[in-house]
Design a protein around this ligand. Structure first.
Ligand SMILES: [Cu+2]
Ligand SMILES: [Zn+2]
Length: 180
């Protein structure tokens, strides 16, 4: 009886060990700890703030968080920009839309779009926007051309019309965050 019990216990433990080492093996996409943060800072004359959490998942980068200090019930362009530099008072230092494949600006749901083109964010009656989107066509910490770590996220004053070139006629930049 004692023998049988020990045998079963050993199998149980080695099974657990195999599972644990499997979970620790790095895989490209979908690894739970491939993540990043982006702390939004208001540009000059604006009071927008927020923290965004980015997580790699199959098919894109999941971005969640809350943006506060917006005009109530308003719609704002929301993009990844090519330079992780929010130093200019108007955040123009972040450059244009992240566009490693040299496409035209467009609807994030379409084929012809910048990799950094994302759906507009919409504020509620308190001027707060909840963000819960999957940014497709980009990655986190892959080292590939579509890796957005070290780039910027910009919130614009106006809605992105998803068609005007080169940036959807979304107006000035009201907040900027570096993805890190
Ligand atoms: Cu933008
Ligand atoms: Zn664009």
């Amino acid at each position: 009886m004692a023998h049988k019990f020990i045998h079963t216990a050993i199998i149980g433990i080695s099974g657990l060990a195999a599972f644990a080492s499997c979970a620790d093996t790095p895989t490209a996409a979908g690894k739970a700890d491939v993540g990043a943060k982006a702390e939004l800072k208001a540009t000059s004359g604006n009071g927008v703030s927020g923290t965004l959490t980015l997580t790699q998942q199959s098919g894109g980068v999941h971005i969640t968080g809350t943006i506060a200090g917006l005009t109530p019930n308003s719609t704002h362009g929301f993009h990844v920009h090519e330079k992780g530099d929010c130093s200019a008072p108007d955040a123009t230092s972040a450059g244009g839309h992240f566009n490693p494949e040299h496409h035209q600006h467009g609807n994030p749901a379409s084929e012809e779009r910048h990799a950094g083109d994302m759906p507009n964010v919409v504020s509620d009656a308190k001027g707060t926007a909840k963000v819960d989107i999957v940014a497709t066509g980009v990655t986190l910490r892959s080292g590939d051309a579509d890796d957005i770590v070290g780039k910027a996220i910009i919130v614009h004053q106006k809605a992105d019309d998803y068609k005007s070139q080169p940036s959807g006629n979304a107006g000035s930049r009201i907040a900027c965050a570096i993805i890190k």
